[in-house]
Design a protein around this ligand. Structure first.
Ligand code: MCU
Length: 390
């Protein structure tokens, strides 16, 4: 079955326009920002306070724009046309931008229990968490969409066929755009039998960074599960730089941009002067709020910045607290296992998140677990208070 995309995209735009009209204008220059601590989620770039949930929606739109402008590159809007067809567990999606079009075809593995339409997890390169047999897995081959071999991968992949090899989007922004198109396609393809209000996204390591970004940038995602994303994902650049200064072999912004093309080249001017970056990755979690977010880390490897992810995600959870949804975000940080091998000791916690956000059950997701002895020195990193947003 093939069908044209419906009016929902136009609707989404209409909402964005309404939001834009009621938000203060986004004025980001002159760029004189400097803050050695984690930037205040609850103060607009221009200095006014965030006091209500409606204010937060505007502040989130501002943070979204800042991430694109200074780190990830531009995530384009919906394509000019999108068609999709489902056949034999393959969802074939064709998108075009102007005169150019590309197709990609995620495969879907369906559960053998539960009932249709099924909840589903979009898994970057298949993912590395145990997905229960009540939830479908949508396998997103991210590398063909935006390559990530090394620095030579910049501008390579189907995303760049569509938007040009000079598009500002780094690989993570490109993948996030792809995830949104998968969801668009599911919306117009009922025969794929996926429950549109029960969609998750996951990936591990570099793909965990990417999954985190996708969850932050598409509010149709009900549950985001970044696994061992470390630097560039759940870690904060500021805390990682500090860890390095303390002698820990942790990945920093300065290093990461030399390794691969996950970020836009727009990030390069910031990597040696991180205090001038008007956000940090606690606000990536903030963009997911109040939707489900279960951040899985691994204390086994210094490189992942365990202290940084621990502090960063605690700071990010303040946004959830402000929105009255503290337990929609969990954090589990356990070591003693190889990279990207999900520890069985965390199975119950993962199950609780999946059951609540993808299966609609009432489970305990008040989960903050670490086997590391990290004390988050709040005074060192946070000089703002968390409001209760009305
Ligand atoms: C944790 O993610 C990355 C890390 O950022 C890289 O420095 C390292 O090379 O690879 C990790 C990864 O993706 O491992 C599969």
């Amino acid at each position: 079955m093939t069908s044209k995309r419906s009016g929902f995209i136009a609707l989404a735009y209409a909402f964005t326009v309404v939001l834009a009209q009621t938000c203060p204008p986004q004025i980001f220059c002159p760029v004189t920002y400097s803050d050695a601590k984690l930037p205040d989620p609850f103060t607009f770039f221009g200095g006014s306070p965030v006091q209500t949930k409606a204010d937060w929606a505007c502040r989130a739109a501002e943070i979204n724009a800042l991430f694109q402008k200074d780190e990830l590159g531009a995530i384009p809007g919906p394509p000019t046309t999108l068609t999709a067809s489902y056949s034999n567990k393959v969802l074939t999606i064709t998108v075009s931008n102007g005169g150019t079009s590309i197709s990609f075809a995620p495969t879907i593995t369906y559960p053998t229990t539960g009932s249709a339409p099924y909840p589903a997890i979009i898994a970057y390169d298949g993912g590395s968490i145990p997905i229960p047999n009540t939830v479908a897995t949508i396998n997103f081959n991210i590398d063909e969409f935006a390559q990530q071999n090394d620095g030579t991968s910049r501008g390579v992949g189907k995303f760049y066929t569509l938007f040009g090899s000079n598009a500002s989007a780094g690989a993570m922004a490109a993948w996030a755009w792809g995830v949104s198109r998968i969801i668009d396609a599911l919306q117009i393809t009922p025969s794929a039998n996926i429950n549109l209000s029960k969609i998750g996204v996951t990936g591990c390591s570099r793909n965990g960074k990417g999954a985190f970004v996708a969850g932050a940038f598409d509010s149709r995602i009900a549950l985001t599960i970044p696994q061992e994303s470390g630097s560039g994902g759940a870690a904060c650049w500021r805390i990682s730089d500090w860890q390095l200064a303390q002698g820990t072999n942790v990945q920093t912004a300065h290093e990461i941009v030399t390794e691969n093309v996950w970020f836009s080249t727009l990030f390069n001017p910031f990597v040696n002067v991180i205090p001038t970056l008007p956000f940090d990755h606690h606000l990536l979690a903030g963009l997911v709020a109040p939707r489900g977010l279960f951040v899985i880390e691994n204390t086994e490897y210094d490189w992942l910045g365990s202290q940084s992810t621990n502090g960063c995600m605690r700071a990010g959870q303040e946004v959830y607290k402000a929105l009255g949804a503290a337990d929609s975000m969990g954090f589990s940080q356990i070591g003693n296992h190889p990279h990207c091998q999900f520890p069985s000791s965390q199975q119950g916690n993962l199950t609780n998140f999946i059951n609540k956000f993808l299966l609609g059950q009432n489970t305990n997701t008040n989960i903050i677990v670490s086997d590391g002895s990290f004390t988050f020195n709040k005074a060192q990193w946070i000089d703002w208070t968390t409001p209760t947003l009305s």
